[in-house]
Structures are given as structure tokens and as C-alpha cells.
Design a protein around this ligand. Structure first.
Ligand SMILES: *Cc1c(COP(=O)(O)O)cnc(C)c1O
Length: 402
């Protein structure tokens, strides 16, 4: 760019990829709950949300937790595997996923992914199978249904493995008429602020199996309520998410103003969690305010996902024009494109400002390490290494122009 670059005020404000789901009505709802502290541990609001999610998702049993990682831990514990049993996990995921496996006293074993939908590669799974393998965590990343889902299910059946679907990024995606998360033994979802719908932080576990459903319900029942500090922190961040996600125009969108606001948004993963030694986070259940936000967001999920799919079509066109490889949609599936993943030159993942200049959007970087944000040296994950170096994601929930 020349020294006389377009003044900031004339440049389109970059669209933040993460927090677009938080809208003015959610901010108002959070404000009301902020003042109603007596009701924060109310159970009824949470079971209303569980029921509403179940009937929307087509799930018989739903249990709500304080985060997706806690839902995953509860899911693994509900399987009642013997301590130390091996669970196959994608080698391209969040560090909180293997942490949850360890917290459940199980052993994560990493398998490589494919670079079409960023799901598990069945051949790589075969290679790490052992006599101690009992379960497999199948992921539907970026809102795409895992391309080899059918082979992975067949592989699990052949080897008598339980299947947990990690749908943290894919709530609402459909595979052969069913929503993801309802196909395996247990499905887990995240309602963290950057996911398909946001309750600030939160997570859900679903199953069709009555025994597993009862165990999940008991886990949620026995879990402590989140601390008042935590609930207050979540509610206080909602207006910040809204402003960050919807910042438009000259000053509010200036890099400095945005950086200042971003700094006030606390990270949802602690340093200890990032170090990856599975700190003992006690599972807690979802708070009533989070469930109330979830109810409100659930009313909007179809419109969010419709908008995401429409944006993905435009990114498809962009890929064709620019020679990028398009993500592959599994036959018979309807993705929701939480983000639109593409492989770019490593330099363009490291230095991301080109996207603001060329596309007017901020890039997402899930994942910057095989166990995001960590990048431990795990052998035999060449595709995961490629994705860490080259996979960026484009936002799909864009504000109305104007
Ligand atoms: C976000 C995420 C999780 C964990 O969800 P939290 O609510 O943040 O605990 C698990 N798996 C994947 C793929 C995720 O993106």
C-alpha cells in the first residue's frame, strides 16, 4: 500500500468474525438477568432450554453444562469406560478436548484429519487403533459434516467403539435427515460466544439412549452451579461482544478502539488449560441466565445458519475466482458453515491483515496449533500440520450492508 493509503475513516470497517450472534435483544436480556441475581441458579429456566433444544434438535435427552468441554467430560464419563481406556481424538482440535478426556481418567490418542472437511481420516484412525481403544471423538469442524462420517461410524461399529460427536462448531448441520450430534452415542455442543449460538459460555450433551441420558442428567444435576462471579463475568461481557461484533464506521471500527475493546473480553480458556495437563475443572451446570440467552438465540439459529450458508456460496465463488480449494460438503449433508475454511500460504496465515485490505473482513485462525493454541510435537499428523500452517477461516455471519 502507498504511504497515502485510504484514511481509516473511508476504509470499510473490518467485520469481526466471532461475535456476530450477539444482538441488541440479547444485550437487553443479559442486562435484565444481571439485575436479577436471585434467579441465577434457578433450575426451571435451564430445563426449559434443554427441552426447547431437544425438540429443535430432535434429541430425546439433553443436559446443559457451563461449557462444551464440561459437556464432553460428562459425555465421556457417562460411557463408563474403564480408567485409562483409549479414546481417539482428532489431532487438530482445541486443547480442551484432550483435557476433557484426561479429566475423565481416559487416555487421548491422536489421529490425523483430512483436508477436505477437516474431520478424522478413517485410515489414520485405523493406524492408531489398539486393543485398549474404546471410543472415538468424531468432529464436525467449521460447521461442515465430517466427510467420512459414514466410514467412521462403520469403523466404530466393527471395532465396538462408542462414538461421541463433537458438534461444538456444527449445531444445526444435517446428515441424511438427522442433525449432527444425534447419530453417534452422544453429541456435544458448545454455546461459547464464538460458536453457532452464544450463551456467553455454555455447552450441551445429547443422546437418544435412555441409560446414557439418565447418566448425563445426573451429571448435570450433581454438578455445582457456576459461581456468581462467573455468571456476572459472562453477563458483563455480552454488551462488549455485541459492540465488537457489530462495530461499524470510522472510529468504532478503528484498529485501536477495537483492540481496546477486545482486551476487555476475557479469554474462555485459562493458561493452565492451555498448558494441557488437564487441570481439574469441576464440571458445573448451566446457569439460568445462560439458558435464557440460549432460548433467545435458539429462536434465531435457523436465520443465522441460513445467512451463513448464503455467505459460504459467495466464498465458494471467491475460491473459484482466486484459485483456492473449496471445502468439501459430505454427500447427503447440509453444512451450516460456522466459518468458511480455506488453505492459504503460510505467510498469509501468519500475517493476516491482507484479508482486511482485500476482503474487508478479519480472518479467523482456528487452529494455530494441533491442540489449539498448543502445538505439541505429535508424530504422523501431516494433514493436521498442514492445516495448522495454512488453514484460515472466513466469517460467514456478516452484517447487513449499509
Ligand atoms: C469450542 C470447542 C470445544 C469446546 O467448547 P467450550 O464451550 O469452549 O468448552 C470443543 N471442540 C471444538 C471443536 C470446539 O470448537
Amino acid at each position: 500500500m502507498s504511504a497515502f493509503a485510504t484514511p481509516v475513516s473511508l476504509r470499510p470497517a473490518p467485520v469481526h468474525p466471532a461475535y456476530m450472534t450477539t444482538e441488541a435483544d440479547d444485550v437487553e436480556l443479559a442486562r435484565r438477568w444481571r439485575e436479577d441475581r436471585k434467579r441465577w441458579s434457578e433450575r426451571e429456566t435451564v430445563s426449559d432450554f434443554e427441552q426447547a433444544f431437544g425438540s429443535w434438535n430432535g434429541s430425546r435427552h439433553v443436559a446443559a453444562f457451563d461449557s462444551g468441554r464440561m459437556a464432553l467430560r460428562a459425555a465421556l464419563e457417562a460411557l463408563e469406560l474403564e480408567p485409562g481406556a483409549e479414546v481417539i481424538v482428532p489431532g487438530y482440535t482445541c486443547v480442551v478436548v484432550p483435557n476433557a478426556v484426561r479429566a475423565a481418567r481416559l487416555t487421548p490418542v491422536f489421529a490425523d484429519i483430512e483436508l477436505d472437511s477437516y474431520g478424522l481420516d478413517p485410515a489414520a484412525v485405523e493406524r492408531v487403533l489398539s486393543s485398549a481403544t474404546r471410543a472415538i471423538v468424531v468432529q464436525h469442524l467449521y460447521g461442515l459434516v465430517s466427510l467420512h462420517f459414514e466410514s467412521l461410524l462403520a469403523l466404530a461399529r466393527r471395532n465396538d467403539l462408542r462414538v461421541i460427536e463433537d458438534c461444538a462448531q456444527a449445531m444445526g448441520a444435517i446428515w441424511r435427515g438427522d442433525r449432527v450430534g444425534t447419530v453417534g452415542d452422544i453429541g456435544i455442543y458448545s454455546t461459547e460466544r464464538s460458536k453457532v449460538i452464544s450463551t456467553g459460555e455454555g455447552g450441551l450433551a445429547v443422546t437418544e439412549d435412555a441409560r446414557l441420558g439418565a447418566r448425563l442428567a445426573r451429571a448435570a444435576e450433581d454438578a455445582a452451579a457456576p459461581s456468581e462471579d462467573r455468571v456476572r463475568r459472562i453477563l458483563d461481557v455480552v454488551p462488549l461482544l455485541h459492540r465488537q461484533g457489530h462495530a461499524r464506521g470510522p472510529l468504532r471500527g478503528s484498529p485501536l478502539a477495537r483492540a481496546r475493546r477486545a482486551a476487555r473480553i476475557y479469554p474462555t480458556t485459562t493458561v493452565e488449560e492451555e498448558q494441557g495437563d488437564g487441570p481439574e475443572f469441576p464440571p458445573s451446570r448451566m446457569s439460568a441466565p445462560a439458558a435464557a440467552l440460549g432460548m433467545n438465540q435458539l429462536r434465531k439459529i435457523e436465520s443465522f445458519n441460513t445467512r451463513r450458508r448464503a455467505a459460504a456460496e459467495r466464498w465458494d465463488d471467491w475460491c473459484v475466482l482466486t484459485g483456492h480449494r473449496r471445502p468439501v460438503v459430505a454427500p447427503g449433508s447440509t453444512p451450516i458453515f460456522l466459518r468458511y475454511p480455506v488453505l492459504v500460504d503460510p505467510e498469509r496465515k501468519r500475517w493476516r491483515d491482507w484479508a482486511v485490505r482485500e476482503l474487508g473482513v478479519e480472518l479467523g485462525v482456528w487452529f494455530t496449533g494441533k491442540l489449539h493454541p498448543r502445538d505439541p510435537d505429535i508424530p504422523d499428523l501431516p494433514h493436521a500440520d498442514t492445516a495448522v500452517a495454512r488453514c484460515v477461516n472466513l466469517p460467514t455471519l456478516l452484517p447487513d450492508p449499509g
